[in-house]
Design a protein around this ligand. Structure first.
Ligand SMILES: [Zn+2]
Ligand SMILES: [Zn+2]
Length: 127
């Protein structure tokens, strides 16, 4: 495939653009007319982050109306958090009932010297 135009970097932010025998000098800003890097503040950690022109065009492509409100780190942390929540099960400890000797599980860490009872014995003990 033959390229119609050729873009050459001319130094700081300026491009020379040759197209059909004409040469245009474009500034970086003109090239990215629509999208420019934006500095947004994260609502979670309050840090500033960059909403890059690339991300902005991506958002537009996807039809997202809203700008991101969180920095990439917080977004990642939240995603990780949600996964952990979904996967997290109540941690149970295997113990032996002090009353009937049956193996059982309790949702807390048994402390040494303290008798732990299975659910049945615990219920019975309370009555
Ligand atoms: Zn953040
Ligand atoms: Zn028991």
């Amino acid at each position: 495939m033959k390229a119609l135009g050729e873009s050459r970097k001319l130094g700081k932010g300026t491009h020379s653009w040759s197209f059909l025998d004409k040469t245009y000098n474009l500034k970086e800003e003109d090239r990215l007319m629509e999208f420019q890097d934006k500095t947004l503040t994260c609502t979670d950690c309050g840090k500033e982050f960059t909403f890059t022109s690339g991300e902005q065009s991506f958002y537009k492509e996807k039809g997202f109306q809203n700008e991101p409100t969180r920095c990439p780190e917080c977004r990642l942390a939240r995603r990780r958090d949600r996964n952990t929540h979904n996967r997290r099960e109540k941690k149970l400890y295997n113990v032996t009932c002090a009353s009937c000797g049956q193996p059982t599980q309790v949702p807390f860490e048994p402390r040494q010297g303290r008798p732990v009872y299975c659910k049945d014995c615990f219920t019975n003990a309370q009555v």
